[in-house]
Design a protein around this ligand. Structure first.
Ligand SMILES: Cc1cc2nc3c(=O)[nH]c(=O)nc-3n(C[C@H](O)[C@H](O)[C@H](O)COP(=O)(O)OP(=O)(O)OC[C@H]3O[C@@H](n4cnc5c(N)ncnc54)[C@H](O)[C@@H]3O)c2cc1C
Length: 418
């Protein structure tokens, strides 16, 4: 079997992976981006999450380009933080094509080969074929840290005691049919008796004109990294969704019908891969001053958005945090020379994760990972440890990632809400 040969392979084409691949490819490197779905953007496109929940400024020129293009399409609703995620698919695609990224869709990385602490190649299944691709540097942006897991990296998952992860949600969109709908539930599905019986975060809200966004299912007690548990979560979410739709047709949006649901259930939290530093709640909570690291490569601005791991509905805790640096060490997979993580699977504890997992932040982290891998190649660094952090930061600043947390604003619309 012939082997594909690249400079950098990015696993997963969600927000972080797309940004990483674009950032590296536009510096002239041959980048392969391997994505299981048929589009880029991950949770924020295929997953149907059409909302940003963090400060939008200083997240880098790649994130800025996505916002600008959404506005040109008329797909951002006013200056709100909600958008029509369908347009984001073509926006990411065009940005990746312009940068020269090689895109491989319907492709899943399922194995790795390594020599000591260095990854050498990945095995990919795509269109019933097995492909083998080599590269010098690898970026794991799979959300669940699949590549690092396959490589044998250490990981954390869920609550340190129970292992429970933040809930999964199948998002959905409804449209206004203009006439009253007759809610119907197959007999296998029980109706929702009242507001206290709602599974997740309320009953949706109208965005733009004639569209309702439902982030309203809440599937707890499942493990997104366990194949059968993940399937059970999808089934449970689909049941909840149809029950919620019938409920909102009765009580809130009588003329609305179901338009679409996420291509797959939204996974808030999977594996968090142990890096050279684990960013913890002790570091970011209860501070009055922003947290600064010399190797900061992005800034987290979102409140801690910690959904209850056991209670249905909107239960949980929300807390404002001062903007904080995300250190490059959180992306450096412990024990590996040429592997970075990007996006929601970076090295943090569960509480920090519930802040830095937001889409704008993942975009900046991804861009930083892509530049770091490119810089390693440009400076003939044998390991990611050898790259110059001041040089990396200078490039990121020039690419409009504001690295000084003092220049960011905390984003905390639900501070203190239960
Ligand atoms: C229901 C829900 C609501 C949310 N609401 C908000 C919100 O309002 N605002 C906000 O800012 N954030 C929100 N988030 C968080 C945010 O959407 C995500 O954390 C963020 O988009 C994650 O980006 P990512 O690139 O790290 O991962 P993902 O977007 O998950 O991308 C990972 C990609 O990797 C691919 N992949 C996985 N495994 C493999 C493999 N083995 N081989 C190849 N490809 C693979 C996947 O198909 C996917 O495209 C929400 C998340 C969920 C689930």
């Amino acid at each position: 079997m012939s082997k594909l040969d690249y400079d950098i392979i990015v696993a997963g084409g969600g927000t972080a992976g797309a940004a990483a691949a674009i950032a590296a490819a536009r510096r002239g490197w041959r980048v392969l981006l391997v994505e299981e779905q048929n589009c880029l953007g991950g949770a924020s496109t295929a997953g149907g999450v059409g909302e940003w929940f963090a400060s939008l400024e200083g997240m880098g020129d790649i994130f800025d380009a996505t916002v600008r293009e959404l506005e040109r399409f008329g797909a951002r609703y006013g200056n709100q933080k909600v958008f029509n995620h369908e347009y984001l698919k073509i926006i990411w695609q065009l940005l990746a094509e312009q940068a020269g990224v090689e895109l491989l869709f319907h492709a899943s990385i399922f194995g790795v080969t390594k020599e000591g602490n260095t990854l050498t190649e990945v095995q990919i299944v795509c269109a019933s074929q097995t492909l083998v691709a080599r590269a010098r540097f690898f970026i794991d942006a799979t959300g669940e840290g699949d590549l690092s897991f396959l490589a044998g990296a250490a990981f954390m998952q869920g609550d340190p005691q129970s292992g429970a992860v933040l809930h999964m949600t199948l998002t959905a969109w409804m449209y206004d049919t203009g006439k009253v709908q007759e809610p119907y539930l197959p007999e296998e599905l029980t109706s929702i008796s009242g507001p206290e019986d709602l599974p997740g975060l309320g009953t949706g809200w109208v965005v733009g004109s004639h569209r309702v966004y439902l982030n309203a299912t809440k599937v707890m007690g499942h493990d997104p990294t366990d194949p059968f548990s993940l399937s059970a979560a999808e089934r449970e979410a689909r049941r909840q969704l149809i029950r919620v739709v019938a409920y909102v047709q009765c009580h809130k949006f009588p003329t609305y019908a179901l338009a679409s649901s996420g291509a797959s259930i939204g996974i808030r939290e999977g594996r968090r891969i142990v890096g050279e530093h684990v960013l913890t709640q002790d570091e970011i909570l209860n501070r009055t001053d922003p947290l600064i690291f010399e190797d900061g490569i992005a800034v987290g601005t979102s409140q801690v958005d910690f959904h209850s791991l056991t209670e249905p509905g909107a239960a949980g805790w929300r807390k404002r945090v001062e903007p904080y640096n995300i250190p490059f060490r959180c992306l450096m997979v412990k024990g590996f020379h040429n592997l970075l993580t990007a996006g929601k699977c970076i090295s943090t504890d569960q509480v920090v994760h519930s802040s830095c997992r937001m889409t704008p932040t993942c975009c900046a982290i991804g861009q930083a990972a892509g530049v770091a891998a490119a810089l390693a190649l440009e400076t003939q660094a044998n390991t990611l440890r050898d790259i110059s952090i001041p040089e990396l930061r200078a490039i990121l600043s020039a690419e409009d990632i504001e690295l000084d947390p003092r220049k960011h604003r905390a984003y905390a619309p639900n501070d203190g809400c239960p």
